[in-house]
Design a protein around this ligand. Structure first.
Ligand code: NAD
Length: 331
């Protein structure tokens, strides 16, 4: 099949080209993201392959893709909050995704954010390189024995729980669909209102849905234990960023570690080191000493890239052969 890739980076090209070396599919790579201005690039292609910050939400993009002949959207990610499933279904365009690509990779990154924020290894690294061997202001806290609140106990949440239990933490969780096996493994399911004040560290692993949009609001920050740490590797808009900034300013929120950001589309995955950043919110966030931001790299391991490409190409081949689409995203 002829597939147009959007938001392509060198690592996407390398992995997909290697796994498609038999030439089964015809792959064309575009650097630009897919949106209402760029959809005409997909003319003549059967499928588009897109990532987290490509947007197929506006009617003109959805209808536009149909008008240029696209029949399949292959998401090379798990989340599907960036596509309008209803509009696409009306246009008879199917959507497939990669439901899991090394959930451990994302969970391990969440732990990296916790460890860096807590033990300030990023600051220690710079200090020692400048022959500053002082420990002043590097005090952390012992994670062993702390209470960790996990919101969303799906694949990534479970991988994260296993690690935090290994640290000797008490794990409490909130999910709409509690899992018996986790209860047996010592996880206590509680309501969100119970989780917030009890947790020393809160980690978000739920999808972005209308009901989880700004789940971490002014109200939620007010209910948290003072000085708690909040980690987000799920989707940016699960946190109301302005509310987080207020909570950081008044000390209610002790630490914030984010791999995702509400307005990340215009920033993440790009080298803007030579540019003026017009986004004052991220500029404010980067001024806090207790905030750590990474640019959506939770998934970014070689194992995960391999898995993403393998599953995406299989999804496309299944569609081409008219097989049942195991990883179809339906309404
Ligand atoms: P999953 O579908 O396995 O698990 C999601 C869990 O959230 C489920 O248990 C579900 O019941 C729960 N949930 C749904 N609605 C909820 C609500 N209102 N409140 C609480 N829990 C709710 O998904 P996953 O593979 O664990 O991925 C979780 C999220 O991580 C994805 O949706 C995606 O946004 C994000 N993600 C980020 C990266 C990254 O690189 N940072 C990579 C992959 C996925």
């Amino acid at each position: 099949m002829k597939i147009a890739f959007f938001s392509t980076k060198s690592y996407d090209r390398d992995t997909f080209d290697r796994l498609n070396s038999n030439g089964q599919h015809e792959l064309t790579y575009f650097d630009s993201s897919l949106n209402s201005r760029t959809f005409p690039l997909a003319k003549g292609y059967d499928a588009v392959c897109i990532f987290v910050n490509d947007r197929v939400k506006k009617k003109e993009t959805v209808d536009g893709l149909a008008s240029v002949g696209v029949r399949l959207i292959a998401l090379r990610c798990a989340g599907f909050n960036n596509v309008d499933l209803e509009g696409l279904a009306k246009n008879n365009i199917k959507v497939v995704r990669v439901p899991a690509y090394s959930p451990e990779a994302v969970a391990e990154h969440a732990v990296a954010l916790i460890m860096t924020l807590n033990r300030k290894t990023h600051k220690a690294y710079n200090r020692v390189r400048e022959n500053n061997f002082s420990l002043e202001k590097l005090t952390g806290f012992t994670i062993h024995g702390k209470t960790v609140g996990v919101i969303g106990t799906g694949k990534i949440g479970q991988a994260f729980i296993r690690i935090m239990q290994g640290f000797g933490c008490k794990v409490i969780a909130y999910d709409k669909y509690p899992l018996e096996e986790l209860k047996k493994a010592g996880v206590e399911y509680v309501s969100l209102d119970e989780l917030l004040p009890q947790s020393d560290i809160i980690s978000l692993h739920c999808p972005l849905l209308p009901e989880t949009h700004h789940l971490m609001s002014n109200d939620a920050f007010a209910k948290m234990k003072k000085g708690a740490m909040l980690i987000n590797t799920s989707r940016g808009a699960v946190i109301d960023t302005q509310a987080a900034i207020e909570a950081l300013k008044n000390g209610q929120l002790g630490y914030l570690g984010i791999d995702v950001y509400e307005q990340e589309e215009k920033l993440f995955f790009k080298d803007l080191s030579d540019s003026i950043i017009p986004d004052d919110t991220i500029a404010r966030l980067t001024t806090f000493p207790n905030v750590l931001i990474t640019a959506h790299q939770g998934f970014f391991t070689k194992e995960a890239l391999e898995q993403i490409a393998t599953v995406t190409l299989n999804n496309i081949s299944d569609f081409e052969k008219g097989k049942k689409l195991e990883n179809e995203v339906k309404l």
